[in-house]
Design a protein around this ligand. Structure first.
Ligand SMILES: Nc1nc2c(c(=O)[nH]1)N[C@H]1C(S)=C(S)[C@@H](COP(=O)(O)OP(=O)(O)OC[C@H]3O[C@@H](n4cnc5c(=O)[nH]c(N)nc54)[C@H](O)[C@@H]3O)O[C@H]1N2
Ligand SMILES: Nc1nc2c(c(=O)[nH]1)N[C@H]1C(S)=C(S)[C@@H](COP(=O)(O)OP(=O)(O)OC[C@H]3O[C@@H](n4cnc5c(=O)[nH]c(N)nc54)[C@H](O)[C@@H]3O)O[C@H]1N2
Ligand code: SF4
Ligand SMILES: [Mo]
Length: 795
């Protein structure tokens, strides 16, 4: 760290870094005093360094926490036992055991019987190493990665590929700096992504409009020009209704729609499928009143302005004339079924507010949008995403300045090893049979499918798990079943900083060093053109505690022991980074010499689709998806009532009249950080938000301990009363298990009596038929005062 500025012994040394605790990856400056990390502050010159949150500021507490795992451990008691009987072992013994057990499993049952797991890169520093972890998984031969794709990434990254062929808004990120209108749908960056929150506040100061769709008046909803208080899980209806108003009023980019979406393609009224002739699609030429062909390689046989977007046309076919309609006509009619009055009845959003919002979306273009957790965890997630993607296409804002843009990225070699797994292995991803277009198509296994494979051997038995962080048991619904599934494994190795309820079921535990103790390379900080051009090699701020090692070191060491060293530069991380960086012209050493990061001059091109079209089967934005239709899913987005709501379950609604959703906490990442005293002091107990009217009707007062009950059981939480949500909606927090000894605050069992784990009373089923997303955010529930709940005061 020769390049860092020393401010004298009492001030300590200040080292540029970035916080890797969550998706925001905030640029920061650390203060090191006497070899100890003492503080983290914002680094305003860093593209994501305007602010740090409370968790980032608590970094020293995390690093020096007394419960940190410092040595490799092996269990000595059977998996049913209350105490695993952890015994300290050497790294050599640990790595040899892991390599030997995994090799044996692969020999006996094929490498697919070993699943890999990873904490989400949005809630952990696994972002440092996730590509290398996937490289190891693929080199080993396993097509099964369990890492929350169905709960966290599907709606932003993979579901949009069925409309755009590309991840919008996951990779085509909102250009907040230049947006005329910002649309946040089921996303609250004030809590979850500080870098987006600060950019949004700046954009508002420059006059941008803000639309927030959220059942709660959370975060920026209080500053929004339109806050649409949607009933949880009914977002599809709202999106269709907004589309309807925009179409009806002509508030849509007709050139983009005609030229760049498949709106002009003809749909047969007899089959409901696209009309094809000799492998080509057909449209209707309004000038000559006859069909014209379209094929993705050559485009339309006439200029696009002549193509019909509405009407019904008799098209001659081998079976005689068939009445056909352009996709756009069919779609318009579908949307018209969701006129604002109808949508109000479903969503609870006033019809007039839907009209006003549609006007804002149109008049304040370009629109930049982001969606996230609020839409991910539902039985109808894929349809919701399709409906919002369709709405976004109407604005014509894709890949224009101020819209959602794929910013130019620093050239680099891909290291995730997609070439290392054989197609035959890839075809074995668990879940691909039931949901061929779902996460399994991209090598992700859902929690539900992992548990079923482990417990029931369907489609084959998962026998091993190599898990980096992921607190699977707490993060997925059906926690009790999760425990059974993990306990049933023949071999389970887990890498972590702390012992979680998931880790308790491991055979071998490997101690991970925190991001503040490790070196890591970050190419691109995503949130803006500037951020995306930024490269930083984070230096270790302090030595790794105990025998802990970075995930990257563990991955490389394990690869070598498994005989896969040839794919891992024989364990040489420096050489691996050199390879990764080569196309950028940068070297790790150069970056080490500029620890505050470097900017690579790049120019973002806009409207890149005009060069090559869209990477979809039709080469256009697929408002109508023939691929979805082929697999029996609706080709146009359709509203489906959430399958666990009081409306779809009248049999349960009497006993469970409320709707339970959840949201992240400012103070903690997911299931972590309850053990850090400075954070826990501010949020001592699990909390559930409910409306004062709902509380009064149940004799509940602010601060009371209550029981949240679903058909799957009950957990405890303290009532927070707020008028920021509807009287029939309650919002809980998931992730409560850890105690905080310093404050003498308890931990909670992951399920059963005394539990506070929301996912113990939520199920992974019935899941979204396309993606397998679990219905965690629109479940029937009831809340009641606990016997010992009164008089405990506000926390
Ligand atoms: N402080 C903090 N930051 C985090 C995390 C954390 O745990 N804590 N976790 C990280 C991770 S892994 C992720 S995925 C991101 C997630 O970041 P966000 O997606 O912002 O997270 P949430 O707060 O869960 O959900 C966003 C909003 O969706 C709303 N919502 C709930 N149900 C519905 C619904 O049915 N429809 C709509 N439209 N909205 C709904 C909630 O009220 C909430 O305000 O945050 C990352 N950053
Ligand atoms: N009801 C409900 N359930 C949810 C959600 C919800 O909103 N509501 N959110 C879902 C979402 S979006 C997600 S992403 C998942 C999150 O689930 P997970 O990705 O499992 O995230 P965490 O619960 O934060 O647990 C992360 C674990 O990784 C460890 N860890 C942290 N940093 C590192 C590191 O650098 N290396 C290693 N090896 N380990 C590390 C932590 O100690 C912890 O044990 O939960 C999902 N579950
Ligand atoms: S928002 Fe907080 S936890 Fe996340 S990266 Fe920034 S400082 Fe770290
Ligand atoms: Mo997530």
């Amino acid at each position: 760290m020769g390049t860092t500025a020393s401010l004298g012994p009492s001030d300590g040394t200040r080292v540029p870094t970035f916080c890797a605790l969550c998706v925001s990856r905030c640029g920061a400056t650390a203060t090191i005093r006497d070899g100890t990390l003492v503080a983290l502050e914002p680094a305003p010159a860093h593209p994501t360094g305007k602010a740090l949150c409370v968790k980032g500021k608590a970094a020293p507490e995390l690093v020096y926490h007394r419960d940190r795992l410092l040595h490799p451990l092996k269990r000595t008691s059977p998996k049913g036992a209350a105490d695993p009987g952890w015994q300290r072992i050497s790294w050599d013994e640990a790595l040899d055991t892991v390599a030997e057990r995994l090799t044996r499993l692969a020999r006996e049952s094929g490498p697919e019987c070993v699943a890999f797991g990873s904490a989400s890169p949005s809630t952990s520093a696994m972002s440092d190493s996730v590509d290398w972890m996937n490289r190891l998984r693929r080199a080993f031969g396993s097509p099964n990665l369990c890492s929350y794709m169905e709960l966290c990434g599907w709606g932003r990254h993979l579901a949009p590929t069925y409309t755009y062929g590309m991840p919008v808004p996951g990779a085509f990120v909102p250009d907040l700096e230049h947006a005329g209108c910002i649309l946040y749908w089921g996303y609250n960056p004030s809590i979850s992504r500080l870098a987006h929150a600060t950019s949004t506040v700046a954009a508002l100061a420059h006059g941008a409009r803000l639309v927030v769709v959220d059942p709660r008046r959370a975060g920026l909803a209080g500053k929004a020009h339109h806050w649409l208080r949607v009933r949880p899980g009914t977002d599809t209806a709202l999106a269709l209704s907004l589309s309807h108003v925009m179409i009806e009023r002509g508030w849509f980019d007709v050139e983009f729609v005609r030229q760049w979406t498949n709106a002009p393609l003809l749909v047969r009224t007899d089959t409901g499928r696209l009309l094809r002739a000799g492998g080509r699609y057909l449209s209707w030429d309004t000038r000559r009143d006859e069909p014209v062909t379209y094929d993705p390689a050559h485009g339309y046989a006439v200029e696009e302005a002549r193509l019909a977007l509405s009407g019904t046309f008799d098209v001659p076919t081998a079976d005689g004339p068939v009445p056909c309609r352009p996709v756009f006509g069919v779609l318009s009619e579908e949307c018209a079924r969701m006129a604002p009055a109808a949508a109000e009845g479903i969503t609870g959003v006033p019809a007039a507010e839907i009209e006003r919002t549609a006007r804002t979306l149109w008049e304040s273009r370009p629109v930049a949008f982001y969606t996230w957790s609020g839409l991910e965890q539902h039985s109808n997630t894929t349809q919701t995403v399709r409906a919002i993607n369709q709405l976004y296409a109407l604005t014509g804002s894709l890949d224009v300045p101020g819209g959602n843009v794929l910013f130019a990225g620093v050239p680099a070699n891909s290291v995730e090893g997609t070439e290392l797994i054989a197609p035959g292995q890839r075809a074995k991803t668990i879940g691909v049979q039931q949901r061929p277009l779902g996460p399994a198509r991209f090598e992700f296994v859902t929690g539900e499918d992992l548990y079923t494979a482990a417990l029931e051997g369907d489609p084959y038995r998962v026998r091993g798990l190599v898990n980096f962080g992921a607190n699977l048991m707490m993060a997925h619904g059906d926690s009790a079943r999760g425990r059974e599934a993990l306990a049933s494994l023949d071999f389970f190795v887990h890498t972590d900083l702390f012992l979680s309820p998931t880790v308790e079921l491991a055979d071998i535990v490997l101690p991970a060093a925190s991001a503040f103790e490790t070196e890591a390379l970050k190419i691109g900080f995503e949130t803006s053109a500037d951020a995306q051009s930024f490269v930083q090699l984070r230096t270790p701020l302090v030595p790794a505690r105990g025998e802990s090692r970075s995930d990257m070191e563990i991955i490389f060491a394990l690869a070598c022991r498994l005989g896969l060293g040839e794919h891992f530069w024989n364990g040489d991380i420096e050489a691996a980074w050199r390879y990764q960086l080569a196309p950028s012209g940068l070297t790790p050493q150069q970056l080490r010499d500029s620890p505050a990061g470097v900017r690579v001059p790049l120019t973002t091109r806009y409207r890149k689709y005009t060069e090559r079209g869209f990477p979809t089967p039709s080469g256009k934005v697929e408002l109508f998806s023939e691929l979805l239709a082929q697999h029996g899913y609706p080709p146009l987005p359709e509203f489906e009532e959430p399958r666990t709501s009081p409306r779809s379950r009248p049999d349960l609604a009497g006993r469970f009249p409320l709707i339970l959703t959840s949201a992240k906490s400012l103070w903690f990442c997911e299931t972590q950080h309850r053990g850090l005293a400075s954070l826990r002091r501010k949020a001592r107990d699990p909390q559930v938000e409910l409306h004062p009217d709902a509380a009064a009707a149940r004799g509940i007062r602010a601060g009371d301990w209550v029981r949240i009950e679903t058909p799957h059981g009950s957990v405890r939480a303290r009532a927070k009363l707020t008028t920021g949500l509807a009287p029939d909606v309650v919002c809980g927090q998931h992730g409560w298990w850890q105690g905080c000894a310093e404050l003498d605050l308890p931990g909670y069992p992951p399920f059963g009596p005394g539990s506070a784990n929301l996912n113990a009373i939520l199920s992974q089923r019935p899941s979204d038929p396309t993606s397998g997303s679990s219905p965690l955010r629109a479940s029937v529930c009831e809340v009641s005062l606990l016997e010992d709940g009164r008089g405990t005061g506000l926390s």
